[in-house]
Design a protein around this ligand. Structure first.
Ligand code: ADP
Ligand code: UDP
Length: 236
């Protein structure tokens, strides 16, 4: 499958149309952004690592019965996916307090959240992705009641699958962001799951193994992503 035309260039990926109107190619670039695109740097190998990481995770999720976008891995940096009509809100699941939750509620980083929380954020960099709720989604036509219920159900199913997968690799899945879209009327997991969009801490040391290394200037960003990939069985 070949790229036809550039449809959209985001902060980390470029989206291309293909000869099949139902399929798109996502190209993972080395661009790494933080603070809603305010800081952007190139990190060697990141596109390749995240593409293969995402393909591995989405394949595991599909095998566990989650509807996902993934069709096939095309190259180191490209994946063929279903073209989704994206829901413009991000779903965030948290197993422990970190990031914006700590800032917003003044709770301690690392506090275990039992049961895990589910939050919605509008995808809008200029407004710094404000938090929204179900009634906003309905009133503005971003998602219906049924679609929201499905997104929440799938987000928690994914939490069970991935918490276990990372736990077996000696890692704590602290939190993560998912994006869903519609494919022929069905809520389907899109975008990516990689260390760019989740928090992973080493169980024994609580070392950060995700994009917080970039946000907080800790160094060794891609080395940490590669270590996580190796531990869960991604072939790089
Ligand atoms: P951003 O838009 O946040 O800068 P990216 O650089 O990751 O993010 O760009 C990828 C874009 O492609 C995102 O806007 C995402 O919502 C969209 N997207 C991801 N997967 C799909 C898909 N399967 N179908 C249609 N659009 C998608
Ligand atoms: N996240 C993301 N994209 C966003 C916002 C958040 O991938 O635009 C991820 C982030 O990496 C973390 C989780 O969602 O794993 C929760 O993020 P949080 O709300 O704490 O925001 P942050 O402080 O990380 O911006």
């Amino acid at each position: 499958m070949k790229k036809l035309a550039e449809l959209y260039r985001g902060k980390a990926k470029t989206v291309y149309t293909t000869e099949n109107p139902d399929l798109l190619i996502l190209e993972f670039r080395n661009d790494t952004s933080a603070f809603d695109g305010l800081r952007i740097e190139q990190l060697d190998r990141k596109g390749m690592v995240n593409n293969k990481f995402n393909y591995f995770i989405m394949t595991q999720l599909r095998q566990a019965g989650i509807p996902t976008q993934v069709e096939s891995l095309l190259s180191d940096n490209e994946v063929l996916v279903k073209k989704l009509q994206m829901v413009p809100v991000e779903c965030v699941v948290r197993n422990r307090a970190a990031g914006s939750l700590v800032k917003r509620l003044g709770v301690e980083e690392g506090q275990v959240l039992n049961p895990p929380t589910f939050e919605l954020f509008l995808k809008n960099d200029a407004l710094h992705d404000p938090m929204v709720n179900d009634s906003h989604c309905k009133a503005f036509g971003w998602a219906s009641d049924d679609q929201l219920a499905k997104m929440k159900e799938l987000s928690f199913k994914i939490n069970t699958i991935l918490t276990d997968l990372f736990d077996k690799a000696g890692l704590i899945l602290v939190d993560y962001k998912l994006e869903f879209g519609l494919f022929k009327g069905e809520i389907t997991l899109g975008d990516e799951f990689s260390p760019d969009g989740c928090r992973l801490w080493e169980k024994s040391t609580l070392k950060k193994m995700d994009k917080d290394r970039f946000r907080q200037g800790l160094g060794g960003v891609i080395e940490a992503y590669e270590e996580v990939a190796k531990r869960i069985g991604v072939c790089l």
